[in-house]
Design a protein around this ligand. Structure first.
Ligand code: Z5A
Length: 217
C-alpha cells in the first residue's frame, strides 16, 4: 500500500496525549507553504462533515459504554470517508496531505491501548483506508510529561480520560510500529522545546520533499 501519486504525498503526525502534534503541524505547514507546495490538511477522527459527526460520538465523555470494537469501527468509518472525500482527490491533484493522525493511531490506541488484535486492524485498514502514509512522524515523549502538558486544557474527552497505564500501552505500540517500519517513520524526541521539535521535523520534511521531487523529475 502506498499513495497513488509520485508528486504529492501523505504525511502523518502521531503521538500520545499532549505530544505537541498541533504545535508542530503548524510549523510543518508553514515550511511546506514556503516551498510553494499545494497542501491539504486533515485530522482524524474527523476532517469531513460526516467524520466530524463520528468524532463527536467517539469523544463525548458520556459515551463511556462504547465498546472497543465499536470504537475501532467508528475510527475506520471516519477514515473511509476522509480517504475518499479528501485524501485521494488531493493526492490525485498532486497535493501534499498533512494528516493529524491516520491508521497508525488505530494500531496504537485500539490495538495497544484496548488490546484488539493487530491482524484484525490491518484487515480493516486495507478495506477502509487502502493506503498508508508515505512518511510518518512519531512525537515521542514519556507519558507523564504528555499528561502534564495536556492537563492545562479544558475538560478531558472520553479517550483523554483514560489511565496512564493505557497511555503507556499506546506509547509502546507506537514505538513498536516505528521500529518495524523504519523507512516510513521519523521518531522525534518530543520532550525537547517546541522550537527544537519544530526545527527537527521541518528539516526532515524538507529532505523528504526534495528527495520526492527529484524522483518525480
Ligand atoms: N484516536 C484513536 O483512538 N484512534 C484513532 O484511530 C485515531 C484517534 C485517529 C482524538 O485525537 C483522540 O482520538 C485521541 C486519539 C484518538 N485521543 N487521545 N488522547 P486528537 O488528535 O484530536 O487529540 P489529541 O491526541 O489529544 O491531540 P491534541 O489535543 O491536538 O494534542 P497535541 O496536538 O498532541 O498537543 P498540542 O495541542 O500541540 O500541545 C499540547 C500542549 O503542550 C499545549 O499547551 C502546547 O502549547 C504544549 N506543547 C506542545 N509542544 C510542546 C513542547 N515541545 N514543549 C512544551 N510544551 C509543549
Amino acid at each position: 500500500m502506498s499513495s497513488p501519486t509520485s508528486r504529492g504525498a501523505l504525511i502523518s503526525f502521531e503521538g500520545g496525549e499532549g505530544a505537541g502534534k498541533s504545535t508542530v503541524i503548524a510549523a510543518a505547514v508553514a515550511a511546506l507553504q514556503a516551498q510553494g507546495l499545494a497542501l491539504c490538511q486533515v485530522r482524524e477522527p474527523g476532517g469531513t462533515i460526516i467524520g466530524e459527526a463520528i468524532r463527536e460520538v467517539l469523544l463525548k465523555p458520556e459515551h463511556r459504554g462504547l465498546h472497543a470494537e465499536t470504537e475501532l469501527l467508528l475510527m475506520m468509518a471516519s477514515r473511509a470517508q476522509l480517504v475518499r472525500e479528501r485524501i485521494l482527490p488531493a493526492l490525485a491533484k498532486g497535493e501534499w496531505v498533512i494528516a493529524d493522525r491516520f491508521t497508525d493511531a488505530s494500531f496504537a490506541y485500539q490495538g495497544g491501548g484496548r488490546g484488539i488484535e493487530s491482524g484484525r486492524i490491518a484487515e480493516l485498514e486495507r478495506w477502509a483506508a487502502g493506503l498508508q502514509p508515505d512518511l510518518s512522524f512519531l512525537l515521542d515523549l514519556p507519558v507523564a510529561d504528555g499528561l502534564k502538558r495536556a492537563s492545562g486544557r479544558s475538560a478531558p474527552d472520553r479517550i483523554e480520560s483514560e489511565s496512564a497505564v493505557f497511555f503507556e500501552r499506546v506509547r509502546s505500540a507506537y514505538r513498536q510500529r516505528a521500529a518495524q517500519q523504519p523507512a516510513r517513520w521519523c521518531v522525534i524526541d518530543a520532550s525537547q522545546s517546541a522550537e527544537a521539535v519544530a526545527m527537527e521535523v521541518t528539516a526532515a520534511l524538507l529532505r523528504f520533499v526534495s528527495a520526492r521531487c527529484e524522483r518525480a523529475t
